[in-house]
Design a protein around this ligand. Structure first.
Ligand code: GRF
Length: 217
């Protein structure tokens, strides 16, 4: 089967983008990263993409002022022109309009640094520490108009330590992100994820019954 043509949308350093690029270097991976689009001209991730021989485009949201529709239309046009089949948001810090989300429904993924539906929005690690949750993690989900919602494709969890700070937690969660985003994209690109009644049904072996219980007692 032909590899799916994927674009990644970024705003910053692009470490998740880099993880997806690394996974897709393997010719047996079912997706190829053909384009990286940034809304910030000097986003660090753009350099990494270019160094990996991947085409980049910058669409500065500032140019569009408050006109979100025009910004999204510009992004959509670039994606269409490049025959993109799946879009991965990876630290893309713009809200997308319902029209754009509808145009890419079932083909638009995002990664969020928390176990959704907990801690939607920003500063997830600070809020996890503040709240005292014992288990925290990351989620890859399909994008729907409501922010940080949408059918969950994959999650990864870790134990929160009593002495964790937002930074120490972020450093461990990002490593999980770099594992589950390539996994989730693989499953979606292989057509093994179906959305049924707002949930993802994934045709793949279950991860196992080993519980993550914190504290250990
Ligand atoms: C990640 O924590 C991701 O979950 C969130 O934004 C951050 C982006 O980091 N959506 P990077 O640019 O992928 O390094």
């Amino acid at each position: 089967m032909a590899r799916k043509r994927v674009a990644i949308l970024i705003s910053g350093r692009g470490s998740n983008m880099a993880a997806l690029i690394a996974a897709a270097k393997d010719k047996s991976y079912p997706a190829e990263i053909v384009l990286v689009v940034s809304n910030i001209a000097d986003a660090g991730g753009l350099e990494i993409a270019r160094a990996n021989g991947i085409a980049t485009e910058t669409v500065e949201h500032k140019r569009f002022g408050k006109d979100r529709d025009a910004f999204d239309r510009a992004i959509h046009a670039i994606l269409e022109k490049n025959n993109i089949e799946i879009v991965c948001l990876a630290g893309f810090m713009r809200l997308l309009t319902p029209l754009f989300v509808a145009q890419w429904q079932g083909r638009l993924l995002n990664i969020h640094p928390a176990l959704l539906p907990s801690f939607k929005g920003l500063d997830t690690h600070a809020r996890a520490v503040e709240t005292g949750v014992k288990i925290h993690g990351a989620t890859v989900h399909f994008v729907v108009p409501e922010v940080d919602s949408g059918p969950i494709v994959a999650q990864a969890a870790l134990a929160v330590r009593d002495d964790d700070t937002p930074d120490s937690l972020a450093a461990r969660v990002i490593k999980l992100e770099h594992r589950i985003y390539p996994l989730a994209l693989k499953l979606v690109a292989e057509g093994r994820v179906r959305i049924v009644g707002g949930r993802c049904v994934v045709d793949t072996p279950f991860g196992g019954d080993t519980p993550l219980i914190v504290p250990q007692g």
